[in-house]
Write a protein that binds this ligand. Structure first.
Ligand code: FAD
Length: 364
């Protein structure tokens, strides 16, 4: 391998962009290829925008390890790049004795992960002070701009449909990651869309992120504020066979009843906007497929990052760099840039849905 290894990254979501920055800071010649005409239009621009602590993540899993590692890596990066973050904390209020047992279990889980939580005297609610909200599009945009400042080339409107050149290829293609793997003869995993629908309200937000009692499958419907002062309720969790970014008519009732019970100002409120995100979920329970491909050693997967990729992105990138054998290279000091939210015409929660609507209008 030459002194400047050539790294091609497939996918311009938050995971691919974090990888681009991490490789560029270590002197690699980075090219990132994104199929859409803009970055972070898929899961990375249509999520909840919450930076999780990992209080509820299963100890010992790679996802948990990388969430916890990212908590250490993130603060200086967000500060240097001007990414907005509000550490508002989260609150899970029990309703009945069974919920009390769940909260005790979550508190023990948090302790095992070394995450600060408190069980409130009186109502027994679980407080998680470290949880907070960001603007996920500004987050991804800041990583992209910084990667470019460190020498990376980012090309949008390029869908990878055959193996690409380069000493190394990072598969960060989200919902397309199974297809990209198969281009290299690797059928070891596949990905499917798990849809999450959200409703945005012009209603004063709760002070904290309000969490429901989780189930084994999802974190459930949350109510949280945005940095621009709106309230969002969601997401749902609907498994799909193919990409469908629409919000189902029935999602409104599914979400509103639960959300109003958690945040009474939502009772009777009309949503101002709705959007859907598609989680890149691994088939057969695969999650956080972050490893070298057995089929082609040039290929490194950063795939099936279903539900915490915004939070863990910097640590996923650090892991990918290590898998590429560049972990020992010194990192260039991060070059700061301007305001990552500047120049964005729409708030992040509108952007992907409006983009899709505009494209549909052009086709009609
Ligand atoms: C409803 C919902 C709520 C969530 N809430 C949170 C949260 O609060 N906090 C959190 O940390 N995480 C959350 N997540 C998870 C987080 O959004 C994802 O883990 C993360 O965005 C995954 O990033 P990614 O870069 O792997 O994938 P993506 O963002 O999907 O990016 C993949 C990119 O690859 C491109 N691509 C695909 N195929 C090709 C190809 N052949 N050639 C070129 N480009 C290609 C796509 O166009 C896409 O832009 C949520 C996700 C959803 C959907």
């Amino acid at each position: 391998m030459s002194a400047e290894p050539e790294v091609t990254i497939v996918g311009g979501g938050v995971v691919g962009l974090a990888c681009a920055l991490a490789f560029a800071r270590r002197g690699a010649a980075v090219t990132l290829l994104e199929a859409q005409d803009r970055l972070a239009l898929a899961a990375s621009g249509t999520n909840s925008g919450i930076l999780h602590t990992g209080f509820d993540s299963k100890p010992g899993e790679l996802e948990t390890e990388l969430i916890l590692r990212a908590a250490l890596l993130r603060p200086p990066v967000l500060a240097a790049l001007g990414v907005p973050f509000a550490r508002v904390g989260a609150l899970l209020t029990p309703h009945g004795e069974a919920d009390g047992a769940v909260i005790a279990g979550l508190a023990a889980n948090a302790a095992a992960n070394g995450v600060e939580v408190h069980v409130r005297a009186g109502d027994g609610a679980l407080e998680v002070p470290g949880e907070g909200i960001t603007d996920p599009v500004a987050f991804a945009g800041a990583l992209a701009a910084a990667a470019v400042r460190h020498g990376a080339a980012i090309r949008t409107g390029v869908r990878v449909g055959e193996p690409v050149a380069g000493d190394m290829v990072v598969n960060a293609a989200g919902l397309g990651a199974g297809r990209v793997a198969r281009l290299y003869g690797d059928a070891s995993f596949d990905v499917f869309p798990r849809k999450g629908e959200f409703f945005v309200f012009d209603v004063a937000p709760p002070e904290q992120i309000l969490l429901p009692v989780p189930t084994a499958r999802t974190k459930g419907v949350l109510v949280f504020g945005t940095l621009d002062g709106r309230t969002i309720a969601g997401p749902t969790a609907v498994d799909l066979d193919e990409e469908d970014w629409s919000v189902r008519p029935e999602a409104r009732d599914e979400i509103l009843a639960k959300a109003a019970a958690m945040h009474p100002p939502l009772a009777g409120a009309e949503p101002a906007f709705a959007y859907a995100g598609l989680r890149p979920a691994g088939c057969d329970g695969a999650n956080y497929v972050v490893r070298r491909s057995d089929a082609d050693p040039r290929l490194i997967h950063a795939a099936a990052i279903r539900s915490t990729g915004l939070t863990a992105s910097l640590a996923i990138a650090e892991r990918v760099v290590a898998l590429a054998g560049l972990g020992d290279r010194p990192e260039d000091e991060l070059r700061p840039g301007g305001d990552p939210a500047a120049g964005s015409a729409s708030p992040w929660w509108r952007r992907s849905a409006e983009h899709r609507a505009a494209l549909a209008g052009e086709r009609a």
